[in-house]
Design a protein around this ligand. Structure first.
Ligand code: UN1
Length: 481
């Protein structure tokens, strides 16, 4: 069995903290890895190691830093099948999703390596003779990277790769439920030639994670997770005066208009709502359907949800695995129960869970429920599971108003064959990511990703947007003599 270790100053070592067990959510009796958590003092060692490495790394040419990412991408790609299976075992998403995510991490590493070849600043004219004004970029220093369980390698890659290529050092705290994939990515970067201390990995609980984000040696924090935790991290960063980027929750709507290709819409809504068991901040958790097509469309979505193959994420043909922990499964089950008690009408009928060796797994059946009003918590609060809340709209304008009826603003999807309606959606929906005729989830590495209002705080991630967070500018008034 794999031993969970921490990477500090280029050396792998055991932690001095409490025991941690990495179990399969499909078979919680089976441990994949075990070890001991990092203590606050060890987190401090990691920050010290990062600080010690910072000056040399920031002076390393962009192309040398990028070379490490390119070599790491090759190692990650070569291991995609093996690590994808480990990811599926550890996190619970299906094996094809796990393998796809590992390949996506490699693609992100490669995209970020390309930063070395992209423009590195701006040049302005000067109002004075003999002068130009140059805006150049500098790294921030030591960045704390705090990542969630649901994308154990892709989200870390899209935070760590831009941090590194732009010349920062990193101390990374992954969710303690997914230490194995964290170790795999850190080892790939180390094997690709990253100097000691440039990337440090500490696996620990949230309380010790707080010691990381509040450490005086940390110059910036990037976080993905719940809105509550993200806001408290943002507040503590503001109190210390350090930049923070927080990628938070979502309550994302798919809007199906009367003229939509309904077969395509049903397929995409299913993917958005139930892939990764709905455990994505970009998952489709609300469905707004034009009343004229609602009866048939909603029945079809529920029929397909009931037909999903739920089971061992490693088995061929399985379409949905378990949730990540017993607590997550309980929260989702209770959320559905209280919605039903408040008048929500279940449209899916299945409620059995896999048996046999999966009987103790954290499985929750996919659920589609029609709501009597939008006053229910199921309409407003992120549940982070395979649950789709449906309402009907009397017109396109009402459909957009219902989709916009949320404090969140991460992603949305609109299904229509009318270009005018699609363009109206762009104006009507205050979201960071809008999909026209595709599901609400998904993010390409070369374009900005992130949400509005309760869904995010600070600069966007990915694409060139990541440079906004991982560097700051020096304006150089450059006069020859
Ligand atoms: C995706 O939709 O593929 O935590 C990425 C999340 C998001 C990433 C979603 N930050 O689910």
């Amino acid at each position: 069995m794999t031993v969970i270790e921490h990477l500090v100053g280029g050396r792998w070592r055991a932690g001095g903290g409490a025991a941690i067990a990495d179990v399969e959510p499909a078979r919680p009796g089976r441990e994949i890895a075990s070890g001991t958590a990092a203590t606050a003092a060890e987190v401090g060692d990691a920050v010290t190691a990062a600080r010690a490495a910072a000056d040399a790394w920031m002076r390393t040419p962009y192309h040398e830093r990028a070379g490490v990412l390119v070599r790491a991408a090759g190692l990650v790609d070569a291991a995609a099948d093996a690590w994808g299976a480990e990811l599926a075992a550890e996190e619970g998403k299906t094996r094809p999703e796990g393998v796809g995510e590992v390949r996506r991490a490699a693609e992100i590493l490669r995209y970020c390596a390309g930063e070395a070849d992209r423009e590195a600043g701006e040049l302005y004219a000067s109002p004075r003779r003999g002068e130009r004004i140059l805006v150049t970029r500098r790294p921030l220093g030591v960045v704390a990277v705090v990542t969630p369980f649901n994308f154990p390698i892709a989200i870390p890659a899209w935070k760590i790769a831009p941090a590194l290529v732009h010349g920062n050092c990193v101390v990374w705290k992954p969710a303690s439920t997914v230490p194995l994939l964290a170790m795999r990515l850190a080892a790939a970067l180390q094997d690709a030639g990253l100097p000691p201390g440039v990337l440090n990995l500490v696996v620990t609980d949230g309380r010790t994670g707080t010691a990381l984000v509040q450490h005086p040696g940390v110059d910036a924090v990037t976080f993905t997770g719940s809105t509550g935790v993200g806001r408290s991290i943002a507040a503590s960063c503001a109190a210390r005066g350090v930049p923070v980027q927080a990628e938070l929750g979502g309550k994302n709507a798919a809007v199906v208009l009367a003229d939509a290709d309904l077969d395509l819409a049903a397929e995409q809504v299913l993917l958005g709502a139930f892939r990764s068991s709905g455990q994505k901040c970009t998952a489709t958790s609300r469905l707004v359907v034009d009343a004229r097509v609602a009866d048939g469309f909603v029945a079809e979505v529920a029929r397909r949800a009931d037909a999903l193959v739920v089971g061992d994420p490693l088995a061929d043909g399985v379409q949905m695995g378990p949730l990540v922990t017993a607590a997550a499964a309980r929260t989702v089950t209770e959320g559905v129960g209280s919605a039903v008690a408040q008048g929500a009408r279940p449209l899916t009928v299945r409620d059995e869970r896999p048996g046999g060796e999966l009987a103790d797994g954290y499985f929750v059946p996919p659920a589609v429920l029609e709501l009597p009003t939008t006053g229910l918590a199921l309409w407003r609060e992120e549940l982070f599971g395979p649950v789709l809340a449906v309402v009907r709209a009397g017109s396109t304008a009402e459909a957009f108003a219902l989709a916009a009826d949320t404090d969140y603003g991460l992603s949305a999807a609109v299904f229509t064959t009318d270009l005018g309606a699609a363009l109206d959606a762009v104006d009507a929906l205050d979201v960071g990511v809008l999909h026209v005729n595709s599901e609400t989830a998904g993010a390409d590495p070369h374009v900005p990703f992130g949400g509005a209002r309760h869904s995010g705080y600070g600069p966007k991630e990915q694409g060139r947007a990541s440079r906004e967070f991982f560097t700051h500018t020096t304006t150089v008034y450059l006069r020859g003599r």
